[in-house]
Write a protein that binds this ligand. Structure first.
Ligand SMILES: *Cc1c(COP(=O)(O)O)cnc(C)c1O
Length: 428
């Protein structure tokens, strides 16, 4: 019974475009009524009708230790009485920056912003200001937020809604953005050769999560790293999803590759609106007020956002077993799903690294946007609804990774696998 959600969705559409404040929430690609949430605790969501769901979205990443994590909630409550914003510097911002530097050793300077979009947009501006070049290379199916320069073959919601060109983005901006297929180093080399001394930056999700979960093939990121070194291109890791999730030091640590600039979001704010970009001093010193590349934010470094992020990151830093546990849960889920799916007559591919995992109903390896789009996503949509009916909340699109939180128990994982087994029989 989702009567209350149906009622709320009707009402929401009278005052909010499409009834939602971010498009994928509307369930448009999977169909049906979006579920309106009321509260959440640990690994479980509770909707407006009182239904309970096992959560595989984690607010799209931040809730790595589960919802309403007590130390974070308490820290926010304590901080709020000291004022919710100053617009002047605070000691807490230094502590936050020091903590990030400690967890990510190759970050010399870090600037806080309020979203992943802002972080990526600012990193690109900085790379352009630093190199004096205009063009950037991104990858098909990678999402870096909704800033104009990124809305070219942008994965995630843009892919979910099958939007090819985004009205409102000028052709001038689009022309400065090249999109190469993920895992295709030669394609990138070709673009760089054709645009000698014109590419400011290559930006990539080091493990892609906005076309389902897609892993970098061996040698791909290293090849990009070398290319950037040779050509004076700023190599940007968009770690908005992978940062503080794949390891304390994010994908850089996990995959043993250093980027020049890194962007963060999601986990870094523990569910509060936070993003950040940081990296080498040589580049970061060009940001205002040190340098002339302008970037600012009234609520950047907001005390409630900072204390939430600081508290969560402190736990992740101080309890290293968290990442081992997440890894084991990710592998367990992958292996168990593989066993169940292997017995059906449905082609499938499971990509997983640490606590990021996704199932594509495909008979070919899924290694880039084209192969993700070629999968049987109609079946995924049915699968999504069948799982939702059984109390399992997967991302409402095949073009999104699932996120595990460490609040998930093995019982939750077993229930998810058992339910997958059961519902797939009804779908094929
Ligand atoms: C979510 C996401 C963004 C955008 O972050 P917002 O906080 O939604 O603006 C950017 N890059 C990646 C890889 C993301 O997953």
């Amino acid at each position: 019974m989702i009567n209350k959600s149906i009622e709320l969705f009707e009402r929401a559409q009278q005052s909010i475009p499409g009834g939602v404040n971010s498009p994928v929430r509307a369930f448009k690609s999977v169909g049906g009524t979006p579920i309106f949430m009321k509260s959440a605790k640990g690994a479980y969501l509770f909707d407006a009708d009182g239904n309970k769901y096992i959560d595989y979205i984690n607010s799209w990443g931040p809730m790595i230790l589960g919802h309403a994590f007590e130390p974070v909630v308490e820290a926010i409550q304590k901080k709020a009485v000291e004022s919710t914003s100053f617009g002047a510097p605070t000691e807490l911002e230094i502590e936050m920056a020091e903590l990030v530097k400690n967890m990510v050793p190759n970050v010399d300077l870090i600037r806080m912003v309020s979203s992943g979009t802002e972080a990526c947009m600012s990193a690109i501006r900085l790379a352009r200001g630093y190199t004096g070049r205009n063009k950037i290379i991104k990858f098909e199916g990678c999402y870096h937020g909704h800033a104009d320069s990124f809305l070219v073959k942008a994965g995630s919601g843009v892919a979910t809604f099958n939007i090819q060109t985004v009205p409102g983005v000028t052709s001038g901006v689009s022309q400065d953005t090249f999109a190469a297929p993920y895992n295709d180093l030669d394609a990138v080399k070709q673009i760089v050769a054709d645009n000698k001394n014109e590419i400011a930056a290559i930006i990539i999700e080091p493990v892609a999560g906005n076309m389902g979960c897609i892993l970098p093939e061996s040698g791909f990121l290293n090849g990009l790293r070398n290319l950037c070194n040779e050509e004076g291109i700023v190599f940007i890791f968009d770690e908005v999803m992978t940062g503080f999730r794949l390891a304390r030091g994010g994908a850089q640590e996990r995959l043993k590759i250093d980027a020049d600039l890194v962007t963060y979001g999601k986990v870094i704010g523990a569910g509060m609106p936070v993003g950040a970009f940081g990296g080498k001093l040589e580049i970061m010193k060009h940001i205002a007020p040190l340098g002339n590349v302008y970037q600012a934010g009234t609520l950047s470094g907001n005390p409630l956002a900072m204390i939430a992020g600081y508290t969560l990151l402190s736990h992740l830093k101080n309890i290293p077993s968290i990442y081992d546990e997440l890894e084991q849960k990710g592998e367990y889920l992958k292996n168990q799903l593989q066993a169940v799916l292997g017995k059906k007559r449905i082609p499938f591919v499971i990509n997983q690294l640490g606590s990021m995992i996704s199932v594509h109903f495909s008979d070919k390896p899924v290694k880039d946007f084209a192969s993700a789009a070629a999968a049987n996503n109609t079946l995924f949509n049915k699968f999504f609804h069948a799982m939702l009916n059984e109390g399992i909340y997967l991302p409402p699109s095949a073009f999104e990774t699932w996120f595990l939180s460490n609040a998930l128990t093995y019982e939750d994982l077993d229930y998810t696998v058992k339910t997958t087994d059961k519902v797939l029989d009804t779908l094929v």
